[in-house]
Design a protein around this ligand. Structure first.
Ligand code: BJ8
Length: 425
């Protein structure tokens, strides 16, 4: 990587903390990803993106800002990238997946906060996330209580925090609330960018994001093959890069990867041998560099064939129809699309478990591992009924609760290995 110290200093990063983070990240990446066998050639692009995730991509964001474009950072898949693109903005995901500066985070947050939120605060207080520092606006959303309340603490730490309200029920009034929030968010984007959202610019944004989601869906479908043409780790990485990369370039890279996978499937070539126990992971999102669980699963004699997660199918599954000629009409269709998302913050949330079953069937998964982050009330609460429902339908299920530390890795591995043995029987 070139020397980006000046750019990082200009962004206000703490260089020694940042170096330490990149050192750990680079080492983990080499051990977990580069050591895999039979990786598709198309993963080279994603290796490159990861090697430059705090370098070249940040340089691109800075260049975009210099041209007057706004960088909008967000923490949730309910924040529509389509609207950001409609004002020629750049959308970046800010969710953090590393146990970094949790001591700092715990000075402002309760200890029993989920790792995802603590990590976001650890990054902010430790000044190590160039995406967060480059963001002109940071968008929060009133999803779970943890995020909702933590934004009150985040507000004084960032230059412009914008919080969207969120419905909690899939009712007509819930949908109307979401549309109203998208209207307000559109107005906020117009105000910060100085650009008006038109039906054309919104249609263009919708097309770009639909193409990106279609490419990722193609990848999901190809994973139905046995032997699996790509590892779960690599597929997760693609889903993680989804939130950082230029959307058009990303779509192209995913489609090229998929072309290669089509060929692999035709030739019966895979990353693991045929009949390797196939697992679907369902639950909380896994942000970069949260690779602990997939790494443990795929080093325990199983392959992950899908992720029912916001960094995965739940984030990419629905498309937005662009069949309207007014901004309001398109906003309605956008709301329609996003209102489908079956995040566990909704009550009740029956469509999620139905879709886990559907995914397991489509991807020929032998079992499901339900992953919850410790202290994540919505997903932990849902995990019991989800497990019961899946087991009743004949789908073996393992419920795991963990955090970002490595302390429980041995214990998790023992439980995963026992589960894989159950699947083999
Ligand atoms: S749409 S899953 S991205 S809210 S792990 S912070 S839920 S306590 S991330 Fe999410 Fe949007 Fe829903 Fe998806 Fe809270 Fe749980 Fe922490 Fe979580």
């Amino acid at each position: 990587m070139a020397d980006y110290s000046k750019m990082w200093t200009d962004l206000g990063l703490d260089l020694s903390g940042h170096d330490a983070l990149l050192g750990v990240l680079g080492g983990a990446y080499a051990d977990i990803f580069l050591s895999q066998k039979n990786r598709p050639e198309g993963m080279k692009y994603f290796d490159f993106v990861m090697s430059e995730v705090h370098g070249l991509r940040i340089q691109e964001l800075m260049d975009a800002k210099a041209q007057g474009r706004k960088v909008i950072g967000s923490y949730c898949v309910f924040v529509p990238e389509e609207l950001i693109l409609a004002v020629d903005g750049v959308s970046v995901g800010l969710c953090a997946g590393a146990e970094f500066n949790f001591e700092g985070a715990e000075t402002v947050l309760p200890r029993n906060t989920c790792s995802l939120i603590k990590s976001a605060f650890g990054f902010k207080l430790g000044k190590v996330c160039p995406y967060l520092e480059a963001s002109d606006v940071v968008v929060g959303e009133n999803t779970c209580d943890g995020k909702k309340k933590s934004y009150e603490m985040l507000a004084p730490l960032v230059k412009d925090l914008y919080v969207m309200d969120m419905p909690q029920m899939k009712s007509p009034s819930g949908k109307a609330l979401l549309k109203e929030e998208y209207n307000k968010f559109a107005a906020k984007l117009e105000a910060v960018s100085g650009k008006k959202i038109t039906a054309e610019s919104l249609k263009k944004g919708i097309e770009i994001v639909n193409a990106k989601r279609t490419a990722v869906k193609r990848l999901t479908e190809l994973r139905a093959a046995d032997p699996a043409p790509i590892s779960g780790l690599d597929a997760l990485l693609v889903n993680q890069v989804f939130f950082y990369d230029d959307p058009v370039r990303f779509t192209d890279a995913v489609n090229k990867l998929c072309d290669e996978l089509v060929d692999r499937v035709k030739k019966g070539k895979g990353v693991f041998v045929a009949k390797t126990p196939r697992i679907l992971v369902s639950g909380c999102p896994m942000a970069v560099p949260n690779w602990k669980l997939p790494m443990l699963i795929e080093s325990s004699g199983a392959v992950i064939v899908g992720e029912e997660s916001c960094v995965g199918e739940r984030g990419a599954r629905w498309m937005t129809e662009a069949k309207a000629d007014t901004v309001d009409g398109l906003l309605e269709l956008l709301t329609e699309r996003y209102f489908n998302i079956d995040c566990a913050i909704f009550t009740p949330n029956p469509s999620r478990v139905d879709y886990v079953k559907e995914m397991a069937k489509k991807l020929a998964a032998a079992g499901v591992i339900h992953y919850s982050l410790q202290f994540c009330q919505p997903y932990i609460m849902e995990s019991g009924p989800v497990e019961k429902n899946l087991e009743k339908s004949g789908i073996p299920t393992l419920r795991l609760e963990t955090d970002y530390s490595q302390e429980d890795a041995g214990q998790l591995k023992t439980r995963i290995e026992a589960f894989v043995e159950r699947l083999q029987k």
